[in-house]
Ligand binder design. Structure first.
Ligand code: 76R
Length: 264
């Protein structure tokens, strides 16, 4: 389908992330509905963006599409293309990928290697070089992620609390960093089992972050969210919005699952 050309709206850092939730309009008079949707996804991907498509479990939606990439104008055009198909948009979430301000700096990692592992000289420098390479890769992946197509996807928005006796934004940076280090320690124990993408939505949507988790084993999603509830970062400072879960599938399979088999 042709889209009106529109000047790109590209964040100077990171990508746009648009979570779209649809119900299927079963009375829609579009015999080639599924084909048009698959074509819209293919053309979005051909333009250097990604789409993760999932069949939603439960009543909140039938189908979800997490679309992400460098150009917000392209993401909006994609949303608009889908409005001509049997998919009716019922919910959405807009955010940007971002780097964390709490990631350890070079100096902090050096201090840690000296204090905790008693390293010095060439050995210390070699470990720091290794760490820098790992961080470069990690940060690139946070800004320009490619989420693996695991079996399950879970999305929820969250904010940090601003209560009189628990105000995240009134804490000094060092205290926030200490708390986030505890959070990250728990997160790392799920490496390989749960892949998370935290995207920033301050100024864009109703909560402060979008949390996207993908995993093969549904239990690991429940476990990570449960375990984090006890950690100070979440126990004391986090507020959560509605959760939504779906089966992450190839686009045509996801559409077939929600009653839109490929007609063409
Ligand atoms: O620097 C880094 O990116 C790694 C350390 C890290 C940060 C800074 C990290 C690691 N997170 C960070 C920031 Mn996280 N995260 C969540 C949730 O349900 C809940 O209780 C909370 C939702 C999960 C499940 C999760 C998982 N994290 C953040 C932020 C931004 C805070 C800010 O800027 O103030 C939020 C809102 C947030 C929420 N986190 C990890 C994980 C996992 C699995 C990890 C380990 C990742 C890894 O090392 O590969």
């Amino acid at each position: 389908m042709s889209v009106v050309p529109f000047p790109p709206v590209a964040p100077s850092v990171g990508w746009g992330v648009l979570h779209l939730f649809f119900v299927v309009d079963r009375d829609h008079e579009e015999p080639l509905g599924a084909r048009r949707i698959v074509d819209a996804i293919s053309s979005l991907e051909a333009d250097g963006h990604q789409a993760l498509v999932f069949a939603v479990l439960g009543h909140k939606a039938d189908l979800g599409i997490m679309a992400l990439g460098p150009d917000l104008a392209r993401l909006q055009a994609f949303q608009q293309e889908l409005s001509a198909t049997p998919l009716a948009l019922v919910d959405s979430y807009m955010s940007l990928t971002e780097l964390s301000e709490y990631t350890a700096t070079d100096d902090q990692e050096r201090d840690r290697l000296v204090a905790e592992e008693a390293l010095s000289g060439d050995e210390l420098e070699a470990r720091l070089t290794e760490w820098r390479e790992r961080m470069e890769h990690y940060q690139e992946n946070r800004l320009h992620p490619r989420l693996p197509r695991k079996k399950l996807i879970c999305f929820y928005p969250m904010s940090k609390r601003r209560d009189a006796d628990a105000n995240w934004y009134a804490l000094p940076f060092e205290e926030r960093r200490r708390i986030m280090a505890g959070h990250a320690r728990i997160g790392r124990t799920y490496a390989g089992r749960v892949v998370q993408l935290i995207t920033g939505s301050l100024g864009f949507d109703d909560w402060e972050w979008g949390v996207t988790l993908v995993a093969d084993d549904p239990v690991t999603i429940k476990e990570i969210v449960y375990e984090m509830r006890f950690d100070e970062a979440s126990a004391r400072y986090a507020e959560f919005g509605p959760f939504i879960t779906g089966l992450l599938l190839d686009p045509a399979d996801a559409l077939a699952r929600v009653g839109l088999p490929d007609a063409g």
